[in-house]
Design a protein around this ligand. Sequence first.
Ligand SMILES: C[S@@+](CC[C@H](N)C(=O)[O-])C[C@H]1O[C@@H](n2cnc3c(N)ncnc32)[C@H](O)[C@@H]1O
Length: 256
Amino acid sequence: MNQDYEQFIGKVYRKTGVNLAFYKEAQMKRRLTSLYEKKGFTSFSEYFQAIDCDPVLLHEFLDRITINVSEFYRNANRWNILENRILPEILRGSSLKIWSAACSTGEEPYTLSMVLSQYLPLNQFTIDATDIDRNALEKAKLGVYTDRALKELPESMLKKHFAKEGMHYKLSPDIAKRVQFKQHNLLEDRFEKGYDLIVCRNVLIYFTEVAKEELYHKFSGSLKKGGMLFVGSTEQIFNPGRYGFEAADTFFYRKL
Ligand SMILES: C[S@@+](CC[C@H](N)C(=O)[O-])C[C@H]1O[C@@H](n2cnc3c(N)ncnc32)[C@H](O)[C@@H]1O
């Protein structure tokens, strides 16, 4: 790692609490270099001086590193597996405790809430939804979306759970209320225990192997025996046994 980037990592960590050392280096460097060059800077140290005293640049930098892309029912076939194979197994208890980790602007935890509402009374499940990005969480709490986020959502769900408000769609309050949003940094903060289901999708791909391994151990420790981890469609775990998991289906891992 060159000195310019290494020092930048240290300064960013002290300023924001985000440790870029755990994000894949080549990919992150490319994203940030193209951003700072566009702004006319020539090195990471020059760029840090600027973000250190300009809140607009800092906001733009945080936006670039967090990558908030999400949508309802992302990879719809995986959600069908969740509904048809995984839920019947974990629904044996009377209530469910669920965590949507790195939930971005809320599409994933709200999808969970809609799916679960078909099988359980609303007061029998809770969904913790966390992300490192406060701006994304503020948007999530509003529960207002455009067509783009909703294109995979079945028509029946759209009709049942959303109200059209001009160009936007507002999620119904009873579905929204099952989800509790909270800021949480996967690489720094404590993990709660006792989950039946943890959904963590499309964030682990940005992390180094070392960070991923640590997170698999921590997710495993957070799940109840028999609980499930649901990962993204490019995030298969190659050696689940090492972390106390077995494959339950593609992209689903059962805690042993
Ligand atoms: C591409 S989105 C994934 C959203 C959703 N899970 C999905 O699959 O549609 C990645 C999210 O990971 C969050 N993120 C990045 N680093 C994180 C960290 N260290 N801790 C918690 N969340 C993080 C970003 O803020 C962003 O909202």
